[in-house]
Design a protein around this ligand. Structure first.
Ligand code: BES
Ligand code: ZN
Ligand code: ZN
Length: 494
């Protein structure tokens, strides 16, 4: 799908379908709507008055054979309230419109700009939305249902275009594509993507986008003392891998790197602390943090962001077997801290313990980890906001600003010392679970043990890695990719 910008009036764009947003609270007698009303003899007002269509975000009406314009179809797109039409609303509208239009045989689609936000931000968000909406999850369908694909999209505006608007277009395209790559990868079932296969995908990406890659096998992990990752992997016949991706492109080559860490559990059965059968299939997505880190690294490399970034992915499969770790086992993590494993289903924090410790040895300026870590976080925040934990106010500020630009939503949760008591072990330095109370927080407190004083953000994305029940789009979201990329870009700028 090729996306380009066009300075033109909406009436003269030649295309199969032209999207024109119309607001819930706008008076229909001003341009461009007045002109549409003139051409369609008051149709929009009539449909609105009838209550059939309320211009709610994403509600589309298709006008066949519109008279007086060059487009073959006019898509009147509900855009909600004018005051709410920010970058995220633009992204969402383009995403839902594209999702609805993509398999209707239109080859060339155009969308007319009506937002009041800055042109660059509007272009980037619109393109991100279009790319996200065009995503297909049909890899395993032997016959595709789509009747034809959109080959070309034009973003149409009356304003004059600059190099900056072209750059915004490329940024939006790159970020949108990276998110879709994460979504495709998260969707891969456990029999298709195991730790070695995830590592292979990382290697392919790295070679294609000129990222340095190193993949540690179990022997190398053993030498480094990564027993906490290896303990989780024991129950599976599939060996663990530790993936290291580096993009070292800061102007001062010795700039301390930003380190991203992603939980890469390719399937989480719970291990001997076996999960119940219902919903276990969703645990193929327990590698979502890893996939987002991988995709963010790709976007950062593709956009040639002048910054040093390292991505770390501990990849394992968590299964029960005669070789699996047992509840009650004590392991020595890479940091030297001993961990009493009381629940083998709290495996994410175990693999992250070694990855975070490894991150510290890289002398980072900051560490950000992404993990589908706890069911407790889903209970606390549901599917629309990820849990965010941070031990440093300056980093928190930077992170939240990056999130503001990406449109991804977070909610800060506390790291008070009181919660740490839950993890006191009688026989080891720490145990891997506390009580049920505040489960997302005790998990974060566990991770904090392994970052020391390094500025660190932990994102618990257990709830945001797939669309909520009832949402139009289904499947994995690629959550985190855009915020990580925005964070890297803002650090490069500062
Ligand atoms: N991968 C799960 C967390 C999860 C739950 C992700 C639901 C997405 C949706 C994690 O490894 C896990 O099993 N956590 C346990 C921790 C508990 C044993 C302390 C949980 O949340 O139940
Ligand atoms: Zn688990
Ligand atoms: Zn898990």
């Amino acid at each position: 799908m090729k996306v380009s910008l066009l300075q033109s009036s909406w009436e003269s764009v030649e295309c199969d379908a032209l999207i024109v947003p119309i607001f819930e609270d706008e008076i229909l007698d001003q341009p461009p709507v007045s002109r549409i009303e003139e051409l369609l003899q008051g149709l929009v007002a009539e449909i609105k008055d009838s209550g059939e269509w309320k211009a709610k975000p994403g509600q589309l009406i298709t006008i066949h054979r519109p008279r007086g314009i060059q487009a073959r179809r006019l898509i009147v797109a509900g855009a909600g309230k004018q005051a709410d039409f920010d970058a995220e609303a633009v992204r969402r509208l383009m995403m839902t419109a594209m999702h609805q239009l993509k398999d209707r045989g239109f080859r060339k689609i155009a969308a007319y700009r009506r937002s009041r936000i800055g042109l660059e931000s509007a272009v980037q968000s619109a393109v991100e939305g279009l790319v996200l909406g065009s995503h297909q999850l049909d890899e395993y369908k032997t016959e595709s249902k789509a009747t034809g694909f959109v080959g070309e999209v034009l973003l149409v505006t009356d304003e004059s275009l600059t190099e900056d608007s072209e750059a915004a277009l490329r940024r939006g395209e790159t970020l949108g594509r990276a998110v879709n790559i994460a979504r495709t990868l998260v969707n891969e079932p456990g029999n298709r993507v195991n730790p070695s296969q995830l590592a292979e995908k990382a290697r392919q990406m790295a070679e294609k986008y000129d990222v340095q890659v190193e993949i540690l096998d179990e022997r190398q992990m053993e030498e480094k003392g990564m027993h906490s990752v290896l303990a989780v992997a024991r129950g599976s016949d599939e060996p663990a891998r530790f993936i290291i991706l580096s993009h070292m492109r800061a102007p001062q080559t010795d700039q301390p790197p930003l380190v991203f860490v992603g939980k890469g559990v390719t399937f989480d059965s719970g291990g001997l602390s076996l999960k119940s059968a219902s919903g276990m299939e969703d645990m193929k997505a327990d590698k979502a943090g890893a996939c987002s880190v991988l995709a963010a690294m790709q976007a950062i490399a593709q956009l040639q962001v002048p910054v040093n970034v390292i991505g770390l992915i501990p990849a394992v499969e968590n299964l029960p077997s005669g070789r699996a770790q047992r509840p009650g086992d004590v392991i020595r993590s890479m940091s030297g801290k001993t961990i009493e494993v009381l629940d083998t289903d709290a495996e994410g924090r175990l693999i992250l313990a070694d990855a975070l410790h490894y991150a510290r040895t890289l002398n980072p300026r900051m560490i950000v980890d992404l993990a589908t870590l706890t069911g407790a976080c889903v209970v606390a925040l549901g599917h629309f906001r990820a849990g965010l934990f941070c031990n440093n106010e300056q980093l928190y500020g930077q992170f939240i600003q990056a999130a503001g630009r990406s449109g991804e939503r977070f909610w800060r949760l506390p790291l008070d010392t009181d919660y740490r008591k839950e993890l006191d072990s009688q026989i080891a330095d720490i145990k891997n679970v506390g009580s049920k109370a505040g489960g997302a927080i005790t998990a974060a407190k566990f991770l904090q043990e392994f970052v020391g004083e390094t500025p660190w953000c932990h994102v618990d994305m257990a709830g945001t890695d797939s669309f909520a029940e009832g949402e139009e789009l289904k499947g994995p979201t690629g959550f985190g990719v855009r915020t990580l990329a925005e964070l890297a870009m803002s650090i490069a700028d500062s």
